[in-house]
Design a protein around this ligand. Structure first.
Ligand code: NAP
Length: 523
């Protein structure tokens, strides 16, 4: 089985049809209808109520380690459905390499949380956070902090570019924390999320109510949230702002986490010359970030900073590498880069490239022209990789406009002072990378760039063989970033689990507090 023609939602323990207009969702490469999505899903109040009153109690009755064991079995179960999920993933425009990031990466994230939960969390339902602090001179009064599962639902609104990873990287820590997930995928690629949820439900591994799916417009989902619920969002900065300032979210202090867009940078250190291995590592990394998922990664490199002396050499090296990239039907194994998620998305990217064009010139590629292998660019959302060059380091559009596709701009920086100022014009990013073998210069730069970033990668000949790469969000490492990037924090190992737990200070006799550490299983 592949996708259901009319997408269904999973609510109150059963699959349900939506209502209202059915919008066709097209294959990104062929333009054929993959599925339709209804305007409205099941009643949001009933969906949330079931998650809170059936899923939540069932999850909270399990210890952290019991939940981790379920996640482990779930990762194994989903791995058994990899080929089915990968086949449908191609409809989103994804090559097998792209699917590895989304589907394999999502399952890997579940496995990573299973393993972290088993190794680092207790057979308990409440966590002790930190040490017991004496609060009285006589030793009869002290305090500590505990972390307990919130009683609501973890609502997760996701972006179109990671229909599986985007869901699983939020679901796994929420599950481990004992909160039921209510998943609202982006409409464009919701058919792949729906298939993954079907396989999760079919596994029979999860307690009833532990996951719900809203495969439809958001309806009045947000209006129904309470202070015990959480809202995790991934998507554009504009939608993040609308949700953050929503009267219910703001008014009821609903815990809110946003992962928004980001003008990530990659810096070639001034110590590097064109003959150094770091030069090739830098070029390789940019080509990878431009072409994996056709550049539709929130972590992709948008701004490439190099010394003025190497500007032309970097542009030339990138151009010759990009000329060898085969764009085309993602089902063809000889293709390097597939399609954008939709024709609309391609129009958005072309618009963004035109805005960047006010401050940069195109070095490689034509936004209006590409000859895809095994497909055509009228029905498929294909776009050439586009490399731009801006000679003015501070040209505003380069630091303001996100072209969410295979687009990167190279800029020259004369010194670290101006470099850091230019990076800061991006207003906060998910990830930055420095390619350099000069550890002391890197240490200086790291300290100055850290306040603007959620993650920083240092790449050179010593770590390249094992590096997981600029764009890869690893479950062990923080994913999120300040400012424009949304100000949120996901992953980062158990930090993401803590996000779903309420931290409470408990004060009393030290003997009571000590006992909390040993008698953690809730009745
Ligand atoms: P989007 O248009 O903001 O949509 C994101 C999600 O929000 C979708 O599920 C969308 O549903 C939903 N949504 C829109 N309006 C809503 C509302 N009023 N109430 C509730 N939900 C609402 O973003 P996108 O186009 O899918 O994603 C692209 C953007 O995401 C890029 O800017 C990219 O940088 C960013 N992104 C960030 C990360 C990260 O981790 N930081 C990861 C991936 C992508 P519908 O689809 O049904 O409209």
């Amino acid at each position: 089985m592949t996708a259901t023609p009319a997408l269904q939602s999973y609510s109150e323990g059963r699959w349900q049809q939506g209502t209202g207009e059915q919008r066709p969702l097209l294959d990104a490469a062929t333009g054929e209808v993959v599925a339709t999505i209804p305007a409205r899903g099941p009643d949001a109040a009933a969906m949330l109520d079931y998650a809170r009153t059936v899923g939540g109690p069932a999850l909270r009755a399990l210890t952290f380690t019991e939940r981790a064991a379920i996640l482990k079995a779930l990762a194994r179960h989903l791995s058994g459905h990899l080929s089915e999920l990968a086949a449908l993933s191609a409809c989103t425009g994804a090559t097998r390499r792209d699917t590895a990031v989304d589907v394999d990466g999502g399952i890997g994230t579940v496995a990573a949380y299973a393993s972290k939960g088993a190794r680092e969390l207790p057979a308990a339902t409440v966590l002790l956070d930190g040490e017991i602090e004496p609060l009285g001179k006589g030793g009869t009064f002290a305090g500590c902090h505990i972390l307990a599962s919130r009683l609501g639902a973890a609502v997760q609104v996701n972006a179109f570019n990671f229909p599986v990873w985007g869901m699983l990287e939020k679901f796994a820590p929420a599950f481990l924390a004992g909160m039921p997930s209510v998943v609202k995928p982006a409409s464009q690629t919701a058919y792949l999320t729906e298939l993954a949820v079907r396989r999760i439900i079919d596994s029979g591994l999860l307690p009833d109510g532990a996951i719900s799916l809203l495969a439809a417009g958001p309806g009045n989902l947000l209006e129904r949230l309470t202070a015990q619920d959480t809202l995790g969002f991934t998507g554009s900065a504009a939608t993040a702002l609308a949700l953050r300032t929503h009267p219910v979210i703001a008014g009821r202090s609903v815990t809110f986490n946003a992962e928004a867009d980001s003008l990530n940078c990659s810096i070639l250190g001034p110590d590097v010359s064109a003959d150094d291995p770091e030069f090739d590592l830098y070029v390789d990394q940019i080509v990878t970030e431009m072409t994996v998922k056709a550049g539709q990664k929130c972590t992709a490199i948008r701004r490439a900073f190099v010394s003025p002396a190497l500007l032309s050499a970097v542009c030339d090296a990138l151009s010759s590498r990009l000329a060898a990239v085969v764009v085309g039907n993602p089902r063809d194994s000889s293709v390097d880069m597939g399609a954008l998620a939709s024709i609309d998305q391609r129009s958005e990217v072309r618009k963004a490239v035109a805005a960047l064009g006010a401050a940069a010139r195109t070095v490689f590629g034509d936004p209006a022209k590409v000859e895809p292998r095994g497909a055509d660019s009228e029905h498929g959302a294909f776009l050439s990789p586009l490399l731009l060059r801006a000679d003015d380091l501070f040209a505003a559009p380069i630091h303001e406009v996100e072209a969410f596709g295979p687009v990167c701009t190279v800029l020259p920086y004369p010194n670290f002072g101006q470099l850091v100022s230019a990076v800061a014009l991006g207003q906060g990013s998910l990830v930055g990378s420095i390619v350099s073998a000069d550890d002391s210069a890197v240490a200086d730069l790291l300290g100055r760039l850290a306040p603007w970033h959620g993650r920083l990668l240092v790449l050179n000949r010593r770590d390249a063989a094992e590096s997981t790469g600029h764009g890869m969000a690893m479950p062990q490492m923080l994913h999120g970033g300040p400012g424009r990037a949304g100000g949120g924090a996901e992953l980062g190992g158990l930090r993401a689990v803590h996000h779903y737990l309420q931290r409470t200070a408990v004060q009393g006799h030290p003997a009571l507090l000590e006992a909390l550490g040993t008698e953690r299983k809730q009745s």
